[in-house]
Design a protein around this ligand. Sequence first.
Ligand code: NAG
Length: 138
Amino acid sequence: MASKIVRWIALCFFLASILCVNGETFTTSNPYDSAGRNYNIDGLFCATFDSKQPLEWRKEYLWAAYCDQAGKPMGSSLCGTCIQVKNDLTGENVTVRILDQCQNGGLVLETDAFNAIDGDGQGKNNGYLLTTYKFVDC
Ligand SMILES: *[C@@H]1O[C@H](CO)[C@@H](O)[C@H](O)[C@H]1NC(C)=O
């Protein structure tokens, strides 16, 4: 009887850990330095599609790269869209514009955006944040 309960408890922890990991997105930072390069998006994946966008558009949100598709190319349809990214530990959030792609299965935020939701410094310490994101209107 007791061992059955122990097994159920173990199973519950196991399932909870899977659900927990699946809901979170591995998020790192990259020094795009959008302001320092005067919001010039040349060289980014979305430059082909969004280089004619006016300065106001390019500087409205900090930049991000999208790679939450496990190896599949992002495609142009996500270029220019916005996501709200929440630090799962602190609850802080930031809205960024997708202008680049990446391959690590998560997200890459411009350094200022990463720091904006890293209130407890764990992201800097660990080199990544676990986040939850959703697409939002820009
Ligand atoms: C996002 O952060 C802002 C403050 O920057 C806060 O007002 C808002 O409630 C947050 N939204 C969510 C969904 O956490």
